[in-house]
Design a protein around this ligand. Sequence first.
Ligand SMILES: *Cc1c(COP(=O)(O)O)cnc(C)c1O
Ligand SMILES: [Zn+2]
Length: 563
Amino acid sequence: MSLHRIQSRCMDCGHTFDFHPLTARCPQCGSEWLQAEYDYDLARDRWLRHLADRPFNLWRYHELLPVQHAPPPIDLGVGGTPLLASVHLTQMLKLPHLYIKDERQSPTSSFKDRQAAVTIAALQESGLTEMVVASTGNVAIAYSAYAARAGIKLWAFLTSLVPQEKMREVAIYGTQVVKVTASYDEAKQIAAEFARQRGLYIDRGARSIPTVESMKTLAFEISEQLTRQHPEARYDSLPWRAPDWYLQAVSGGLGPIGVTKGFRELYRMGFIDRLPKLGIVQAEGCSPMVQAWQQGKAQADPIPRPRTHITTLATGNPGRSYTLLYEYVREHGGTFVAVSDEEAFRAMHTLAKMEGLSMEPAAAVAFAGLIKLVREGVIQPHETVVVNCSGHTMPIESHILGERWARHVVVARGAGSDSRAAPPQEGLLAALSTIATERYPRILIVDDHEPARILLRRILQSLGDYTILEAADGYQALEMAQQDPPDLIILDLMMPGLDGFAVLDSLKSHPATAHIPVIVVTAKSLTTEEQQRLRQMARLMYKGEFLSDEFFAEIRELLARAR
Ligand SMILES: *Cc1c(COP(=O)(O)O)cnc(C)c1O
Ligand SMILES: [Zn+2]
């Protein structure tokens, strides 16, 4: 356990305050653009002394991450992906120092695992149990996996353009999938409105501190790996090596925003002595950043209707993220370049056939950009180049999910629907109310053992729509039940203080709570007498039966009867 100081600095007014993952705005000026700051002297000192002994994963950099406990209990083995030296492309392009950061080898096969792992770890530390993401696929897949492990209910808003295979991959983790028949930017607006109405946390991309911070680890790993792989370099001596170029396929620009912050921090701590140039590659049909760059503008005009088959990269309105990247490129070098879908598909074949790397089209966009920049002489033969191979698509077996794994929101196309970055229209908001009803059945989980509560919570989250309440002991349970009686209580029998028997007796003796159905769960085997006594007042289940369909059937039946 390492408690370290994390601060949020407002990018607009400079106000600095203690970081909290649920604080979305500057208390001084209301700006949503906050940046994390740490004790860099302390981090430098610790890294010089301990880094070499730590496992090569994302958590080795925890002094510069917005979490207090690392690795978190829900880790899936995130980070520490290989930096591969190119074998054949390097010869074909006459670019001897070409490296590929193979992010396909992440737990859910894209670099979004970093984002989900750090964010969910930070949220878990604040006790959060429900959240929202909008996604073109990979963010939702990554968050789904970590949310499942953390016992967090996840609502994923996906544009209907996301391939079926990816949507099903999201659904199999038990995520609430909301399929929005609209562009990605519109899906984001709907998700934001949904989160606002329900008071839920939403990943706000480059405005969310844990999100940006997670992507820094790419810069840290790349520098360490380049240093170790270089024949003359010594790992324990400074400076480490930085590449001349970092290339990535870009949608909203979150990756490079985090990566450049990471390189800046390394520079500030004296680990590297220069900053790399940035190669931002976009799909031609959705390239607002490239267009703005070519026009010499610091602000990008949104593309209301992206025209690319590469849905992963379909952010039409990059907002301030572009400005931040523009400023970096102006200061430290680099460029913005667009490639056609066809060039990306061709690069996909080249990388699979020549490097043994099968990747999704979005990742291939970066390589198509590389090829273009080398041919144009923008990237020079002596330069060291790292390309982020950001994702690998894995189709899921379609028959195992059944039919009803998504909710649909269809946005009526009325007048003005082409207006740029317009606020959600009435039609959009009306559509929202069809996703989820106002009131879910309320289930109170009573168990003194936290992991047991999280297990039950997660089972309920993944099985249906419930409002889940939790009590850590009998007294709390009775108080909650009396104040606002739930529709069902799931009650642990063996608890210190007031045990399950006593809670049950008390519930049944008060008119306000006597009618509430109760499922008693127990780990110990009961005497015949105890069983008989309990059966008169509740359903009885043994721990270890939670995975059975019967448990779920029982819950549904009891709730239906209580109506
Ligand atoms: C998210 C994603 C991108 C775009 O990344 P941003 O930094 O958010 O623009 C590119 N490729 C893949 C595979 C992705 O999942
Ligand atoms: Zn401010």
